[in-house]
Write a protein that binds this ligand. Structure first.
Ligand SMILES: *Cc1c(COP(=O)(O)O)cnc(C)c1O
Length: 342
């Protein structure tokens, strides 16, 4: 099976397994795990932030950020198809008690003027604007990179109104590699950042949130409340540290593989690549074949390729650490076979 469902499906490398075995550990709720401390310090340095915190998942990291920045009754501004809005089980309502104000975008980049207009003034009828969220790369926009310049403009609007900015950078390192800039360039235009160790970077578990010292101190309390205070966490922080230090540059391979895959799919009648493939995600429209996305996913599985539906007639394919350029060739052949069998 060639698994292109997500970049979350990767298995830890040999080096990661060894690091897990050898990790020096302690009780992190007592602040005694040296491995997670090293990971958090490294992550803060890489992002250019004062401090960082290891959390169990991207979702937990985003939710801790919203909980730490906001009070119940506030409103958060976020992109209309963002992960926090679309894929976190309504957690911002259930946990933080905030309401959402969604802004449409062009390939993940919200118009700074629309963000500006959405910031609430002072009025007894209005909720307060508590936070602006930016997603980079943007998942449902097909792994699109939100340009540094766009982030800068939104950040300037936010600062003028004293509203904090959080970046859901689950795939921030993909953005940095694709745009050929340092992650700090993006991170400087958000007060807080979440990124996943467990996606393209290949770690088995975990995310990082980063920001100012005071923010991270308060975030730690929310992590504890949510049951995210872990004990000998070094066993999972150790592969995270390898992901963060050794795996960033290889993301270019995933991007190249995604381009190869998109080129192959463009040559197949009845299929259309609908996203501009900038990183590791390819979104394919199957409407012309007269099948639904779910039917196409089943047909593809029978030919040895796993994919995921991203809409009624769109299928998502994500390149990752466990998929080679040769696998991509095989996947393109399998896609042709699946279609010819119809
Ligand atoms: C995957 C993802 C998340 C959530 O990460 P999990 O570790 O799966 O909870 C958040 N935001 C974006 C943009 C993502 O792609």
């Amino acid at each position: 099976m060639i698994d292109l469902r997500s970049d979350t499906v990767t298995k830890p490398t040999e080096e990661m397994r060894k690091a897990m075995y050898l990790a020096e550990v302690g009780d992190d709720v007592y602040g005694e795990d040296p491995t997670v401390e090293k990971l958090e310090e490294t992550a803060a340095n890489v992002l250019g932030k004062e401090a960082a915190l290891f959390v169990t998942s991207g979702t937990q990291g985003n939710q801790i950020a919203v909980l730490t920045h906001c009070r119940p009754s506030q409103e958060i501004i976020l992109e209309a198809e963002s992960h926090i809005f679309y894929y976190e089980s309504g957690a911002v309502a259930a946990l933080a008690g905030v309401q959402t104000r969604t802004i449409p975008s062009i390939r993940g980049a919200m118009d700074p003027r629309k963000v500006h207009e959405a910031i609430r003034g002072i009025d007894i009828h209005y909720p307060e604007t508590g936070l602006i969220c930016i997603e980079n790369t943007h998942n449902r926009a097909g792994g699109a990179v939100v340009p540094v310049e766009n982030m800068k403009e939104i950040y300037q609007v936010a600062k003028k109104h004293q509203v904090p900015v959080h970046m859901d950078g689950a795939r921030l390192f993909n953005a940095a590699v694709a745009a050929d800039v340092d992650v700090k360039e993006f991170a400087q235009y958000s007060d807080t950042v979440q990124f996943c160790l467990s996606k393209g970077l290949g770690a088995p578990i975990g995310s990082i949130i980063a920001g100012g010292k005071d923010f991270i101190q308060r975030a730690k309390v929310w992590r504890k409340r949510l049951g995210g205070g872990l004990r000998q966490v070094g066993v999972i922080a150790a592969p995270g540290l390898i992901a963060l230090t050794n795996m960033k540059d290889r993301l270019a391979e995933d991007h190249e593989n995604a381009r190869l895959l998109a080129d192959g799919i463009r040559n197949i009648d009845g299929l259309a690549v609908v996203n501009e493939v900038e990183t590791n995600i390819v979104v394919v429209d199957v409407k012309e074949l007269g099948v639904t996305a779910d039917e196409f996913v089943v047909a593809l599985k029978a030919e040895g390729v796993l994919s995921g539906s991203a809409g009624l007639s769109t299928v998502r394919l994500v390149t990752n650490l466990n998929v080679s350029a040769n696998d991509i060739k095989l996947a393109i052949d399998a896609i042709s076979r699946a279609i010819n069998k119809k």
